[in-house]
Write a protein that binds this ligand. Structure first.
Ligand SMILES: *Cc1c(COP(=O)(O)O)cnc(C)c1O
Length: 455
């Protein structure tokens, strides 16, 4: 399995790289998968092994790993103007064009865009914008941030505080003032006998009770992913956003849609808020924004927030925020191209066309007695392993069932992600029907193998 020679890629990776979000027992046992290149939806390791990447890298490599239009665009822009910032009233022409394009393709009739290097920083930036805005409007006490358990908003100190995962406790996070509401996952958190409609109503009632308890005038904003991605692909319970939005509106609390995964086609529409039919006040974008070909994030403010933030900035003559590489010309050129590729070169259409086959595949594998639930929309999905389907009892965590399934897939040339007790699939938008079928065949044999070992 792993090559233990001191000069092997695996040993060299172990020796000098600090692994993040990596199961270390798996590394000790199997070694890191060290990659050299990619082709379409496939990636290749230093041993020449080929893998179909059913996770699109980390959700983001939606156009695959060798899209010539994207790499040519990057090369041309590097030759033309390889880097610049967006401070002091200067910015590249690419940055101007990308902001125009992002507002054009956003659900907003008008707006303003601010750039970061990642999704985490985009969420951080949005929180700072809200703090800045409320203070400027005479409400400096409006600082608390509402998110949900299982939400993933990033890893910086602020965005990790927004993330609703127990692992952040090792960092002494969340920071004070970050509140997590119940995860709207009906299958897991619905009470016995509770209908989905009653569950959704309970989520909205909890939100309102929290707002009242904390004090409506202390809440800066509410952030939500349309579909929770890194929480394990959790679509909201039916009617969730229609139930929570009126509550937020009632108390004047801005609603921010974290579309880092859902944005640009993943759910079958350009934005997840379109799939779930709600209108946020701002959108957070990253990942698909550049199809993974450049690290970049963006805050897209809708017209109302844009006007208020602009007024707040005018009042003190500047908005004192920005990253050295905000609005990087190469990133912006790549994003412009990626948006064009996804929206106009058939990728978004392919997601729509493939989605029924993808969902059928999930449903078929969910017939397995050790799969408790399938979840998914568009081209993102998950299968949740359970020891007992009727009682939804999970496997003993020590069995590492999802890691074993993912490892068995890796052995057969399929990359998929273990997340809690589920297996997450989010193949690139360029995936063909035949590749999708092969993905499910490989996953099915891995499920059979591992469940036979542990059940
Ligand atoms: C990945 C992700 C982030 C964080 O983005 P990074 O670029 O990793 O900082 C934020 N929100 C959501 C919904 C994500 O999936």
């Amino acid at each position: 399995m792993r090559d233990d020679a001191p000069n092997s890629w695996e040993s060299r990776a172990d020796r000098f790289s600090l692994y993040g979000f990596t199961d270390l027992p798996t590394i000790h046992d199997r070694g890191a998968v060290v990659l050299t290149h990619g082709k379409g939806p496939y990636i290749y390791d230093v041993h020449g092994r080929e893998y179909f990447d059913a996770n699109s890298g980390l959700w983001n490599m939606v156009a695959g790993f060798d899209h010539k239009g994207l790499t040519e665009t990057a090369k041309a822009q590097y030759d033309r103007f390889p880097g610049y910032h967006a401070f002091f009233g200067r910015m590249s022409d690419q940055t101007v064009m990308l902001s125009e394009k992002l507002v054009e393709v956003s659900p907003f009739p008008d707006g303003k865009v601010f750039y970061t290097n990642s999704g985490s920083e985009a969420n951080d930036t949005m929180v700072k914008i809200l703090w800045f805005l409320h203070a400027a409007e005479g409400k400096p006490q409006r600082r608390k941030i509402l998110t949900r358990w299982n939400a993933y908003h990033g890893v910086t100190a602020v965005s990790a505080s927004m993330t609703g995962k127990p692992y952040n406790a090792v960092f002494g996070l969340p920071l004070p003032g970050f509140h997590h509401l119940t995860c709207p996952h009906y299958w897991r958190y619905g009470k016995p006998g509770e209908t989905e409609a009653a569950f959704t109503a309970r989520m909205a009632a909890e939100l309102e009770a929290t707002i009242i308890k904390e004090g409506p005038d202390t809440i800066a904003g509410f952030f939500a992913e349309p579909v929770m991605g890194a929480g394990g692909v959790i679509p909201p319970s039916a009617g969730y956003f229609q139930a929570v939005l009126p509550v937020l509106r009632k108390y004047g609390i801005p609603m921010i849609s974290d579309e880092v995964i859902c944005g640009f086609g993943r759910t079958g529409n350009t934005w997840g808020c379109q799939t779930y039919d709600y209108m946020p006040d701002a959108i957070i974008s990253s990942k698909n924004l550049t199809a993974g070909y450049f690290p970049m994030g963006a805050v897209i403010l809708g017209p109302e927030l844009a006007a208020r933030v602009q007024a707040a900035a005018e009042a003190i003559e500047e908005f004192p925020h920005g990253f050295t590489a905000s609005g990087h010309p190469v990133g912006c050129a790549i994003a412009l191209k990626a948006i064009d590729v996804v929206m106009n070169e058939g990728l978004a259409d392919n997601v729509k066309a493939l989605a029924p086959r993808f969902i059928d595949g999930l449903k078929r594998l969910a017939e397995n007695p050790n799969i408790g639930e399938w979840r998914g929309v568009g081209l993102m999905g998950a299968l949740e392993a359970v020891q007992d389907k009727a009682t939804k009892t999970p496997f003993d965590g020590k069995l590492s069932v999802s890691e074993r399934i993912a490892n068995a897939c890796t052995d057969h040339g399929l990359i998929c992600r273990p997340l809690g007790q589920s297996i997450v699939l989010c193949p690139p938008f360029i995936t063909t029907e035949a590749q999708l079928d092969t993905m499910f065949e490989k996953l099915e044999s891995a499920l059979k193998k591992v469940f036979a070992e542990v059940a």
